[in-house]
Design a protein around this ligand. Structure first.
Ligand code: ZN
Length: 336
């Protein structure tokens, strides 16, 4: 992690840390929790640099960006800001935790007042790794600070959680995200609004949509299915379910729900403002005319049920296929 970026939002979290530092009550361990794209690494990088900064004793002022410590941090050369590396995707091993944190933390900081360890993707740290870390979190040296970044704090052991202070990443206001998409990515206002609506306060997701990454791919693929659901045969839906699962389809349900939300808005108010799918107005209008309120209600229930099935770990491709089949049935059999 290099380049220190000014973080957006998250004032609550920064104030908390600034106050704790001013009172000499910084914790030795924090869990920084937030979904993928919510800015956990940016936040950790910023906080670490601010803590080590030579010039700014007040954390709320952020890193000065010009002192030797900040320059070291920004160029990935700060000896006392340690990003824990792991070799295998999806696993942080006990050996890695030992080698890079537990055995290292007793060596005093070289340069700054603290020694800060940042472990991202802590949901991949297995029980052995967490247990090994426990003692270090309980009795760290005075200068030691450990930041545990995760998209699922609940997956960490109770014993770890009870010894850390948890900071949840803020969702950013939609207007802020729209502004960034328009200014930095050149989106027009309608596209920016649509992407910000999908991202629900997650800048990373909004940028991915704007840049046409896998989320954008998932969105356009799901749109295609929903647009043509009536003319698709079961086999095509079966193939689509598998394809969506392959792209990484946990957002499919969210996209599907927003689609039918738009249909419902058009049906009940006739309004074409504030749609998630402003470019799909023809298909949405056709469905709003065709599907009854009861049918739409049943479709929302189908989506909720699919969500529950996913929570119970039913295979995603089967869940999607089944959901589309049921939605298609509920969209057909209705009277206005
Ligand atoms: Zn500085």
């Amino acid at each position: 992690m290099s380049e220190i970026v000014k973080i957006l939002g998250n004032q609550r979290n920064i104030s908390h840390l600034a106050d704790a530092r001013a009172l000499g009550k910084l914790s030795h361990a924090y869990i920084i929790n937030g979904e993928a794209g919510s800015g956990k690494k940016t936040f950790a990088n910023y906080i670490a640099a601010a803590l080590q900064c030579d010039r700014h004793p007040d954390l709320a002022a952020g890193p000065c960006m010009t002192c030797p410590s900040c320059i070291k941090a920004a160029t990935d050369n700060h000896p006392d800001i340690i990003w824990v590396q792991h070799e295998k995707a999806g696993l942080i091993s006990v050996a890695e935790v030992r080698g890079q944190v537990i055995d290292d933390i007793s060596i005093k900081p070289y340069y700054g007042p603290y020694k800060i360890y940042i472990i991202s993707d802590c949901q991949y740290m297995n029980e052995f790794g967490q247990n090994a870390l426990l003692k270090t979190i309980e009795e760290p040296p005075a200068y030691g600070i450990i930041l545990l970044l995760t998209d699922n704090a609940d997956s960490l052991l109770d014993t770890i959680r009870s010894r850390c202070i948890r900071l949840d990443m803020d969702r950013l206001p939609s207007a802020m995200i729209e502004d960034i998409l328009i200014r930095q990515k050149g989106l027009d206002a309608a596209a920016a609004k649509s992407a910000a609506g999908f991202a629900r306060g997650n800048l990373g997701k909004a940028l991915e949509l704007a840049e046409g990454g896998s989320l954008a791919q998932l969105k356009s693929f799901t749109e295609e299915i929903l647009r043509n659901l009536n003319s698709k045969v079961a086999f095509e839906l079966f193939k689509a379910g598998a394809e969506l699962d392959k792209i990484g389809g946990m957002d499919v349900l969210d996209i599907t729900r927003k689609w039918y939300r738009d249909v419902l808005v058009i049906k009940s108010t006739g309004s074409r403002e504030d749609l998630y799918f402003p470019n799909e107005i023809r298909a949405l209008k056709e469905q709003a005319d065709r599907i009854s309120f009861e049918g739409l209600n049943n479709i929302m229930n189908d989506i909720d049920e699919a969500r529950q099935q996913l929570e119970f770990s039913v295979k995603a491709e089967a869940v999607f296929e089944n959901m589309f089949l049921r939605i298609r049935r509920n969209g057909k059999s209705s009277r206005n």
